[in-house]
Design a protein around this ligand. Structure first.
Ligand SMILES: Nc1nc2c(c(=O)[nH]1)N[C@H]1C(S)=C(S)[C@@H](COP(=O)(O)OP(=O)(O)OC[C@H]3O[C@@H](n4cnc5c(=O)[nH]c(N)nc54)[C@H](O)[C@@H]3O)O[C@H]1N2
Ligand SMILES: Nc1nc2c(c(=O)[nH]1)N[C@H]1C(S)=C(S)[C@@H](COP(=O)(O)OP(=O)(O)OC[C@H]3O[C@@H](n4cnc5c(=O)[nH]c(N)nc54)[C@H](O)[C@@H]3O)O[C@H]1N2
Ligand code: SF4
Ligand SMILES: [Mo]
Length: 892
């Protein structure tokens, strides 16, 4: 164990985070301590973990956890809470019909949970109104798969990523979002694999790639259509494959010729150099073993389905599917995005890859013994919350997702939740969404829950419990099954999660003549076999054998077994920006945070790479706007305004902005990106356009700023007009503030921050500069520090933060008021390597001492030697050092 004590037992489980689905071995010690390592036997990661996975042990504490049910904020027991939820849902349904209620669920539920939620809503309540946050994530890929393959089928497997000679990353920042897979591909690259990145930003994935196409936002369809036209011109398509296995080729090529597909026209529309476009098309034509990964830059778009289909078209036309090292590959985000798609968590699917045809619907209804099973799809996430807002939906149950932060136009979502007569939220912790709940239900979290998840390559793995349930927390499937039973429904009386899983596996095999999705070999698992289940990829035959790769025989799930090419958007997308909002706001992820930070925000090491909400902007745009690197900027859209720290960088296209999606009321109320995002959706998939909202930006121009370091966290948000950000540190919480008001504003804040502080107060004030430095000390322990200034100069925080970790010396005490560390500045810079805790200063020092490769920096500092997701950043730092003249060049 990290603390030297012996592990009591080691439990194999699956990481809580991304769709790579890495196997984790947890050596459990006393209490809730656990030492996390990668499971060397798990095929997804073979022992590797990224920074987030490695830090799982730091996120399993009980701070902030929901440990008992509450009704209107008051403690309740499970009996009361279950009875109330059942009664309110029943009454609402009796009065307003089944479509007046809804579930909004999540790819962070287990498959067993998802199955029960879907059975209850679609089968027994009889409404289609269950949708999932996968609507925000995978819906466009799902729709594209269904159109092209006849069902939501991911053709490839991770091995293909290593076997490929060319990997194309379409709107996929794998270096940060699927780091363990990216490492596998980087190793393949060292063996000669080529990487092409299609992304308007120069991401860390693009940084080291062979080619980066920094396309104009939303020009993907044009790019991929241009590729197909080019392949046809070259005769580089596979006519035999098309003749045997593909419909629609003629329609697609006929649609293509309606617009100018010359290299120069395509390059101009996509905003890339014609040589770069040619290089991509040459590479694609030359490499039969090509995998095209696509992720949120493709899916999260008003043309998300078209983007997916355009990519798939290029693969079908070249027969690059169902073969080793060749496939279009929609990569999933959440640990169980796939499980949700399988069980029917989306409003427009029924269950087990069966939809609403009369035969499918009757089959599922018979299997469930549920004559009221819905005959029609329900509302998709964005529509669902609109229906909540306008009163059509009167009771909603939110599970394992934080829509008050993560849906587009989150202000309107908050209005909807505030207006809804009955809101139930099942979560592990308090969130921006639980603030709206009439009933809060405490769910088991990662490390306590137990069941199955499916990763991006269709591999089912077990999540297993490391710890006993804390407080009264319960498994989501059990919470729902009890409510269903209390509502009077039969068929929810499972004795265990193993029994739920068996029923689900039986459904996949039930009257299954042509559905690829089958878990037949698992439909009679005993509880102990379920407990010991090894990772396996569906389809799973009756012999229990899995299937790594689909479509190997060229047969698809369409009625005639042929794949379909579908013509998509022959013309470029409409320009959305305007004089009022001339820029394009893109949003997405950062390396070390997970979504709304409910878990990664607990690990200080994960908060140091990008500690504050930021907006990235090109240097020329910044200069034109008078915006300096590190200054606060106001970002506005037609929806709302946010304030974030400007990050001036030529990795951004001119005219584009990028903001991370992660910050919430708990960390930075004014830095929430989704308040800004328009709820525009793809017409087919209903997936929101998160990557392109017309916006403008200008300096915030604060009149004062300050920071507050406190051993204990502040309990409540501090007023929305103030710009504040919380940064968790090892022994204290750091709060950064800025405002545009006068002295009175500062005084109000000071009072709120300090009213409960104990200890001796030492103060320094300078009226001339508006500087104020205060420290609260108890014995030799620092309790809190508050610095404010109107002139803009504040000392390094790192040194002060470190003072909370040790006894206060006399020297440190006086330095507190000087506002300067005794031995000069101690600033570690941002955390470059979160796994080994190496800051930018240490990396720079190693480079200055001669380390000129990422490996050499790793040898000198350890940075990059674990998950490797900081290696592109280290490489960038080396390059910057090498091109920066060491001596200023003299003009004479
Ligand atoms: N660190 C971390 N990892 C995660 C997550 C996390 O929260 N944090 N979340 C997980 C989840 S649920 C998901 S869905 C995945 C998402 O993983 P990714 O899809 O890799 O993540 P994003 O940052 O949302 O977006 C990817 C890229 O799309 C680009 N993009 C924007 N507009 C366009 C466009 O018009 N065309 C193209 N081609 N690209 C465009 C963006 O600039 C961005 O770099 O990550 C998973 N992994
Ligand atoms: N602007 C912008 N917005 C985006 C995106 C973007 O790229 N840009 N991406 C979108 C995408 S792809 C996604 S996936 C979403 C993610 O958005 P959310 O799903 O809202 O984000 P999370 O923070 O992962 O929220 C999960 C919640 O579930 C809780 N939880 C975890 N495990 C369990 C469990 O087992 N049971 C229960 N009951 N609760 C649990 C956690 O405590 C947490 O509060 O965000 C979307 N929003
Ligand atoms: S890549 Fe990282 S976040 Fe994703 S599953 Fe593996 S360890 Fe977890
Ligand atoms: Mo996602």
């Amino acid at each position: 164990m990290a603390d030297g004590s012996a592990a009591l037992r080691t439990v194999k489980t699956t990481c809580a985070y991304c769709g790579v689905g890495c196997g984790v071995a947890g050596a459990v010690g006393e209490g809730r301590s656990v030492l996390i390592t990668g499971d060397a036997a798990h095929p997804a990661n073979l022992g590797r973990l990224c920074s987030k996975g490695s830090a799982l042990g730091a996120t399993v504490g009980l701070e902030g956890r929901l440990l008992e049910p509450t009704i209107n904020g008051k403690s309740a027991n499970w009996h009361e809470a279950t009875a109330l939820v059942a009664r309110r849902f029943k009454e609402t349904i009796a009065r307003h019909g089944p479509d007046s209620v809804a579930f909004y669920v999540s790819g962070q539920l287990l498959t067993e949970d998802y199955y029960v939620a879907n059975k209850l809503m679609k089968g027994f309540i009889g409404s289609g109104n269950i949708d999932t946050n996968s609507r925000l994530c995978m819906a466009s890929a799902v729709a594209a798969h269904k159109q092209a393959f006849g069902a939501d089928l991911v053709p490839g497997c991770y091995e293909d990523l290593e076997l490929a000679d060319l990997v194309v990353f379409s709107g996929h920042n794998a270096a940060w979002t699927h780091p363990v897979l990216f490492r596998r591909m980087e190793q393949a690259r060292a063996r000669g694999q080529k990487h092409v990145v299609i992304d308007p930003r120069r991401t860390d994935t693009a940084e080291g790639a062979d080619l980066h196409l920094a396309i104009a936002p939303q020009s993907d369809v044009r790019l991929w259509n241009g590729l197909l036209a080019d392949l046809v011109r070259r005769g580089a398509i596979d006519r035999d494959y098309i003749a045997s296995h593909v419909n629609g080729f003629e329609q697609v090529t006929a649609a293509l010729v309606e617009s100018d597909q010359s290299l120069s026209a395509v390059a101009a529309d996509c905003g890339v150099a014609i040589e770069d476009l040619r290089t991509f098309y040459d590479l694609f034509a030359a490499n039969a073993r090509t995998v095209s990964l696509f992720s949120m830059g493709a899916n999260q778009s008003a043309q998300g389905v078209a983007k997916g289909l355009a990519i798939i078209n290029a693969h079908l036309a070249t027969g690059r599917i169902g073969k080793p090292g060749a496939c279009p590959f929609s990569i999933t985000g959440q640990p169980n995005a796939m499980g949700g798609r399988e069980t029917g968590g989306m409003a427009n699917t029924l269950a087990g890859h069966m939809d609403f045809s009369p035969e499918d619907r009757d089959r599922v209804a018979r299997f469930w013994g549920a004559p009221d099973t819905t005959r029609a799809p329900g509302l998709k996430a964005v529509e669902m919350f609109e229906a909540v807002r306008d009163g059509r939906i009167k009771a909603i149950w939110v599970m394992a997702t934080n829509p008050a932060v993560s849906l587009p136009a989150s202000g309107a979502v908050r209005d909807a939740l505030a207006a809804c007569p009955f809101v139930v939220v099942s979560d592990c912790v308090e969130t921006d969404t639980t603030a709206f709940a009439h009933v809060k239900l405490p769910a088991l979290a990662w490390g306590e829950k137990d069941g199955t998840v499916t990763n991006s390559e269709r591999r089912i793995s077990r999540q297993r419990a490391l710890f006993p349930p804390p407080g009264q927390a319960r498994a989501d499937w059990k919470i729902m099954a009890d409510v269903a039973t209390a509502m009077g429904f039969d068929g929810f009386g499972w004795a265990s999660n193993a029994a739920v899983f068996r029923e689900w596996a039986r459904l996949t095999a039930y009257e299954n003549r042509d559905r690829f999705l089958s878990l037949a070999g698992l439909s009679a698992l005993t509880p102990s076999a379920y407990g010991e289940l090894l990772p396996v990829q569906w389809p799973i035959g009756v012999d229990g054998e899995g299937t790594p790769r689909l479509f190997v025989d060229g047969r698809f799930q369409t009625p005639d077994r042929r794949a379909r090419m579908v013509p998509v958007l022959p013309k470029g997308p409409a320009e959305l920006t305007s004089a009022a909002f001339p820029m394009s706001l893109n949003t997405g992820r950062i390396r070390d945070q997970w979504h709304t930070m409910t878990r990664t925000g607990l690990a200080p090491d994960l908060c140091r790479h990008a500690p504050e909400p930021y907006v990235e902007i090109h240097p020329e745009d910044a200069e034109a706007l008078g915006l300096k690197d590190g200054a606060l900027a106001r970002v506005s859209t037609a929806r709302a305004e946010a304030v974030a720290v400007a990050k001036v960088s030529d990795r951004q296209r001119r005219g584009s902005l990028f903001m991370p999606m992660h910050w919430t009321d708990a960390f930075a109320p004014s830095g929430r990106a989704n308040a800004l995002v328009e709820p525009r959706v793809d017409p087919t998939s209903g997936q929101p356009e998160f990557k392109h909202t017309p916006a403008r930006v200008r300096p915030y121009r604060e009149t004062w700023k300050g920071f507050f370091l406190s051993r204990s966290a502040l309990m409540s948000p501090l007023g929305a007009d103030l710009v504040w950000r919380r940064i968790p540190q090892d022994a204290c919480q750091q709060y950064e503030f800025a405002g545009r008001g006068d002295v009175a504003e500062r005084d109000v804040l000071r009072k709120a921050l300090t009213k409960r502080l104990a200890g001796e107060l030492v103060t320094y004030e300078d009226a001339a500069t508006g500087a104020r430095r205060e420290a609260w000390v108890e014995g030799d322990q620092l309790v809190a520090v508050l610095y404010m200034t109107t002139t803009g100069r504040l000392p390094s925080r790192d040194w002060l933060v470190d003072l909370f970790q040790a006894d206060l010396t006399a020297e440190a005490r006086s330095a507190l008021l000087f506002g300067r560390p005794p031995g000069g500045p101690v600033d570690k810079g941002p955390m470059v390597c979160a796994c080994l805790k190496v800051g930018a200063k240490a990396v720079t020092a190693a480079i200055a001492a001669g380390a000129d490769t990422a490996d050499a920096v790793g040898a000198a500092t350890g940075a990059g030697s674990n998950c490797g997701s900081c290696r592109p950043e280290i490489a960038r730092m080396i390059n910057a050092f090498l091109v920066t003249p060491k001596e200023p060049v003299r003009a004479d």
